[in-house]
Structure formats: C-alpha cells, structure tokens
Design a protein around this ligand. Sequence first.
Ligand code: H2B
Length: 105
Amino acid sequence: RWMSAVPTRLSDAERKVALQQLTSAWQLVEGRDAIQRTFQFEDFNAAWSFMSRTALLAEQMNHHPEWFNVYNRVEVTLSTHDCSGLSKNDVRMALAMNEYAEQLA
Ligand code: H2B
C-alpha cells in the first residue's frame, strides 16, 4: 500500500465548523483532543453490521476508530494519533458513521 500523507490537526476554526456539522451527538472528549459518540441499535446484528461497514471504510482510509461494543451499543472515540489530535479523517469518519447508523435505524 502507498504511504499516505500524514494528517494535520484541525485549527480551532475548522474544529468549530466540524463539530457543528457533526451535530451534538458527537462530543469533545474531556482532557483529550478526540470526539466521542455512542450509537444504539435495534440489536447486536445491526450493531455488528454498522461495525462491519465502518471497518471497510477504516481500512480504505487507513484511519481506525477506538470503539467498544456490548450487544446493541457501540461507543466510538475518534482521534488521529499521527497528529495527536483531530484531523479531517476524524470528521470524515464521523460523518460516514452517522450515515451508516441512519441507514441501519
Ligand atoms: N488511525 C487513527 N485513528 N489515527 C491514526 O493516526 C492512524 C490510524 N494512523 N490508523 C495510521 C493507522 C498509521 O498508524 C499507520 C502506520 O498508517
């Protein structure tokens, strides 16, 4: 695989726009430059479908979520360790997850 460019941290202005775009479902994590959202689905099957779709995108983007699943709940934290903070990749991933969850609702 080709090496991709190292992502850069969002500026304060970019971060503000991104958070508005992502809706209040995503929140900044306290004490860490990361965003977090908890998704809840009908059952485990829907949660796993969501995770499968997200996993395919994560591999494509070479950008991987931190997440925790129990039954129908998926707790997601997005951050970019390559830049020790939030990058466009986190925003893109969050938007895609919103969409996948919407489709599985
Ligand atoms: N995922 C996330 N969330 N942040 C990163 O900085 C990141 C990643 N970097 N997946 C990639 C992999 C990097 O570690 C590899 C070596 O390309």
